[in-house]
Design a binder for this molecule. Structure first.
Ligand SMILES: Nc1ncnc2c1ncn2[C@@H]1O[C@H](COP(=O)(O)OP(=O)(O)OP(=O)(O)O)[C@@H](O)[C@H]1O
Length: 495
């Protein structure tokens, strides 16, 4: 076995090269300030929706912040683009009421919410038959009179956006032609996505209008906005509220802060959100949503949402119980490839995902597999989020049978039909330690689906053997050795 880790070395080189090219990109971006594209209100079909994520910010923040935010924001956008339906949950919602003595309502149908007819039509028009788990409790709380504040956390895809969009739409007073609901999103792309949901759900409410406070949408100075709902990114919203005075903040009745965990990854956005919140009237309803709830999100949430009700829905846990795990000993990447071919030669694999540590390896492996006649899809870091979504969709549709990917690209992807996961490189964190969380995420299944799976780990050095052992110890689940030159043995593991 080789004693050093080529993957780590390549990765270090790659990340160094990447940060240089990123710096260049940032420079280019800042020099090339937009030349005042004048786009008015309904920009949904006029703004450039394919803009790359890293040009999204209102301000250019510290690079570290941007990378982190970009990663989270990209992941969130990818999730939205590839999601085909609601993520169901087997858990109960946990509710912490501001006033524990007030009754807690939960609804099983949208009718029970007594929505306006046009709005109910919009909800059904989207194909929603009944409220999702989080909506059952969150909607009556958000629609209650007098309005109540809410902090809600549940994993992506559980129906948070649809819930607050419904709350905003139902609170609009049509006799008033000024902004009444203000929603902050962390990035331009995410704001557009949520804007689309508002437009879709409000389809049968023609008098409700929506304005996008995002870069590129520049209005005449001194103008007041007549749209009742404004969605935007913190920097532009801040400008619209202060410098440009397009929005009278004292007239805002509902304030929504979406994707708080993504938002706070950028210090600037956090500060701007707090400053915007401070300009709102005391009786404005404040709503905050987040997919995760670490300490930093919680601290931020408490700053922007006074006296909140709190709703949490635990995420479905991933488990290794239904997974058979193996490792294969090799000397180098060519041998790993050879082992992979043997596995393919011995068993029928409906669909597989193969994880590599670096883009370079992923590209090389995809090319080699294609040469062998496999239908291969490649997810790579330089792809735009929309392109990644398209690749994942094709794979889901079964157009390709193998998906080769680096870790960053594949985070959050849930491809149920994948029967085999191959760690061509084991997951390690920045310091070269085993990344057990990622390992679980790559090969773990939610208990609910319960499908059996096969995970094969390629080990090519003492270093990676050590990583494997530590992963094994961490989960206290044995990873068996597999001899890929013994075809009978490979056949046996597939049964
Ligand atoms: N009550 C419902 N019935 C059926 N589908 C729903 C319902 N509510 C939402 N959906 C759909 O489920 C998907 C996820 O919903 P939504 O985007 O609101 O979740 P989310 O928790 O906000 O996710 P994210 O954190 O990624 O924004 C969407 O495709 C949405 O149209």
């Amino acid at each position: 076995m080789a004693t050093d880790s080529w993957a780590l070395a390549v990765d270090l080189q790659e990340s160094a090269a990447e940060s240089l090219s990123n710096l260049k990109l940032k420079e280019e971006t800042s020099n090339a300030e937009p030349k005042e594209a004048t786009v008015k209100h309904d920009p949904s079909d006029k703004l450039d929706k394919t803009a790359k994520l890293d040009k999204s910010g209102d301000n250019l923040e510290v690079k570290q912040d941007d990378d982190d935010k970009e990663d989270k924001a990209a992941q969130s956008l990818l999730n939205k683009l590839i999601r085909s339906n609601l993520v169901q949950s087997t858990h109960q919602v946990e509710v912490l009421q501001r006033d524990p003595n007030s009754p807690l309502y939960s609804v099983k149908s949208f009718e029970e919410l007594h929505l306006k007819k046009d709005l109910l039509q919009g909800v059904y028009g989207m194909g929603f038959n009944r409220p999702s788990k989080i909506q059952e409790t969150a909607l009556p709380m958000m629609l209650a009179e007098p309005p109540q504040n809410l902090i809600a956390q549940s994993q992506s895809g559980t129906g948070k956006t649809a819930a607050f969009v419904l709350a905003m739409l139902s609170r609009v007073d049509l006799s008033q032609r000024h902004p009444q609901c203000l929603c902050l999103s962390p990035t331009y792309e995410l704001a557009l996505q949520t804007g689309q949901v508002i437009e879709q759900m409000g389809k049968y409410c023609p008098d409700i209008k929506l304005a996008y406070a995002v870069r590129g949408n520049r209005l005449e100075k001194g103008q007041k906005i007549s749209e009742q709902i404004v969605i935007g990114t913190p920097g532009t919203v801040m400008d619209w509220c202060t410098k440009l005075r397009f929005i009278d903040t004292k007239k805002i009745k509902v304030f929504v802060l979406d994707e708080a965990d993504v938002m706070i990854a950028t210090q600037g956005h956090q500060d701007q959100s707090i400053r915007i919140q401070r300009m709102l009237p005391k009786d404005c309803q404040m709503l905050l949503f987040s997919a995760t709830f670490e300490e930093s999100v919680w601290k931020f949430a408490q700053k922007v949402v006074p006296e909140p009700n709190i709703i949490k829905l635990r995420r479905e846990e991933e488990t290794l119980d239904t997974i058979k795990q193996y490792y294969v000993l090799c000397d180098n990447k060519e041998e790993k490839y050879h082992a992979l071919c043997n596995i393919y030669g011995a068993i029928t694999i409906a669909q597989a995902m193969i994880f590599c540590h670096t883009r370079k390896t992923a590209g090389w492996l995809a090319a080699e597999l294609s040469k062998e006649g496999h239908q291969v899809a490649l997810l790579s870091g330089e792809m735009m989020v929309e392109q990644r979504a398209a690749v994942i969709q094709r794979f889901r549709d079964g157009k390709e049978k193998v998906l080769v990917t680096t870790n960053v690209c594949a985070r959050g992807i849930d491809v149920e039909q994948v029967s085999v996961v191959i760690n061509f490189d084991l997951p390690v964190d920045k310091d070269g330690n085993p990344d057990c969380e990622t390992y679980l995420h790559r090969i773990g299944r939610t208990g609910r689906f319960g499908k059996r799976g096969l995970a094969i780990n390629m080990v090519d050095s003492k270093y990676s053997m050590n990583i494997l052992n530590r992963i094994q110890d961490h989960f206290n689940k044995r990873i068996e050795k597999l001899d890929t030159d013994d075809l009978d043995e490979i056949e046996r593991i597939a049964n």
